[in-house]
Design a protein around this ligand. Sequence first.
Ligand code: COA
Length: 333
Amino acid sequence: MQKNYGIKFIGIGTALPSKVVKNTDLEKLYDTTDEWIYQRTGIRERRVVEEGKESGFSLSTQAAKKALSMSGVSPADLDLIIVATATPDNLYPSMSCLLQGALGANSAIAYDLSAACSGFVYAVITAAQFIYCGTYKNILVVGLDIHSRFMDWSDRSVSILFGDGAGAVVLQSTLAASDEILGYSMQSQADSKSDLVLTNHNIFYPARNVKISPNFTKMNGKAIFEFGLKIIPETINKTLAPTSLKISDFDYLIPHQANKRIIDSAAKKLGFPNEKVISNIEKVGNTSAASIPLALKDAMDTKKIKVPCKMLWVGFGAGLTWGTVAVNWNLKL
Ligand code: COA
């Protein structure tokens, strides 16, 4: 595509709920052990919103305010807000419109984007298109998911994995020659076998006096594991194919934090050494659309990454959806 402008990342902010749920807490809910969960997933604990105190709205507002404060962009100067989420507080109004109100971003357009765990990557790529063609200058992208509300806490095959969180970045237009997005790709394919599904039962049982089943995430763990392993190398190769860049040109890989075994196996296939693979899944679990910005910010805070650097962000999840953004990251704390 003809790029009239480039993208610069100028702010990042994250938010996690205060309540920690450890694997040892899950041992009290069903037959499992801390060691089983850790060995199969790399997760020790996750954060979960406290009902009445925290919500998707409160977490996305906190993350967005931190990202905006770092960027120096005033909410009044935001042109677009995209919240990537599959677990909004309401079906409407959108999380983005609620966030627009909380920030006082009165000139912005606001809408949500639903691509499950690929949401952050999809939203960054979507935002980039508006900047490349010169439509907008300042864009806030938030990845947010509150899976704990849609979790069957008696199902040990799913509830061990997910955690709640939000992560935000601010993108600003710059010269095309200074574009910090080095390449991207997005793909989707219908999940014909329903391997990862969160059904809104209210849609199917609208009549009064009909007993409504709760909305719970259902997953075929093995199928999703195989899917993740297969697409991570594929999407990276597809992203880099039209560029002159090779995998060895990248300093860090930040994959969606779905399962440490998926991350490690994919990194091995790609020839990425352990120290170049960023993961915080041990502390937060799978936070879906928030996972990449949460892992990135954690790596910045703990000085696991040296800036400037080149990074690959890879998202994958329900839909099925997947995609990569190759980034030249210059943002320092
Ligand atoms: N604790 C203890 N035992 C458990 C358990 C738990 N929490 N969950 C399942 N088991 C048992 C099973 O009942 C089974 O027992 P059996 O052999 O007696 O039948 C055994 O452990 C193996 O189960 P299996 O489902 O084959 O485990 P697995 O190695 O596939 O691991 C997941 C399960 C969920 C950890 C794994 O499939 C996974 O992480 N998949 C990817 C999920 C993902 O990334 N989703 C999000 C994508 S965005």
